[in-house]
Design a binder for this molecule. Structure first.
Ligand code: PXP
Length: 246
């Protein structure tokens, strides 16, 4: 039997819409409450260096508003470490961050940046925060995660999503194969594999069918769908597709 598959809902882009007008509507905290009501397994939020979506006060309000685990996506910087230690999220996912990128465009170079990441992983771990590394599904990066003693890795599914969007079945198969293989290898090494980025109703099922994956983190597509159907039906539909694929 595959592990049950959790759905973490990334609510960043509720804040993106709010920030477009500078007021307080729509409130990501309201989205967090809906995620809890509809049976989502966790809230994911990325506090970016430029605060383009989630802001510091959102984190405190999200923590207060729901008992769902909060997965804080953060760059490996001293500023973000201090914020994570202050807010004590259930989990922290270390992501690469470039100011000029539109979204997190690739995985963390855990292998090349070992010395920068190691003390951050250690301090988060000492504070009881479950650390995850957002990496490409590559053996070199997984080896680095093992050396860093990260309990969780999240595989970047962006390339897989792009391959499907481009209608390139060969590339899609290749991407799916490497995520499948690396999920198995992670689990074999005692690391819990997660996945996310660019997942939609149309492309989620082959990923959800990978038996070792324990969690998917999905944001942009769900918030986009919510514009048309509401957040609740969008989450329910994603949940259904994930469960059916298992
Ligand atoms: N997981 C991580 C680590 C991310 O950085 C993101 C995007 O912020 C996601 C999942 C969600 O990606 P998307 O918004 O494309 O669903």
């Amino acid at each position: 039997m595959p592990e049950p598959l959790r759905l973490g809902v990334n609510i960043d882009h509720v804040a993106t819409i709010r920030n477009a007008r500078g007021g307080d509507h729509p409130d990501p905290v309201r989205a967090a409450r809906i995620v809890a009501e509809v049976g989502g397994d966790g809230i994911t939020a990325h506090l970016r260096e430029d605060r383009r979506h989630i802001r510091d006060d959102d984190l405190a309000r999200i923590r207060e508003a729901t008992d769902l685990p909060l997965n804080l996506e953060m760059a490996a910087t001293d500023e973000m470490l201090a914020i994570a230690l202050r807010h004590q999220p259930h989990a922290a996912c270390i992501v690469p961050e470039k100011r000029e990128e539109r979204t997190t465009e690739g995985g963390l170079d855990a292998a090349g940046q070992h010395n920068r990441i190691a003390p951050i992983v250690e301090q988060l771990r000492d504070a009881g925060i479950r650390v995850s590394l957002f990496i490409e599904a590559e053996e070199r990066q997984l080896d680095a995660a093992i050396r860093l003693r990260a309990p969780v890795v999240e595989f970047h599914t962006g390339e897989y999503a792009h391959a499907i969007q481009d209608g390139d079945s060969e590339r899609t198969e290749r991407e799916l194969r490497r995520i499948t293989d690396m999920a198995a290898l992670a689990a074999k090494n005692g690391i819990e594999p997660h996945a996310g980025h660019g997942l939609t109703f149309d492309n989620v099922q082959p990923i959800a069918a990978i038996p070792q994956l324990a969690e998917l983190n999905i944001g942009h597509y769900l918030i986009g769908e919510a514009v048309f159907t509401g957040l609740e039906p969008a989450i329910r539909r994603m949940r259904e597709l994930m469960d059916d694929a298992r």
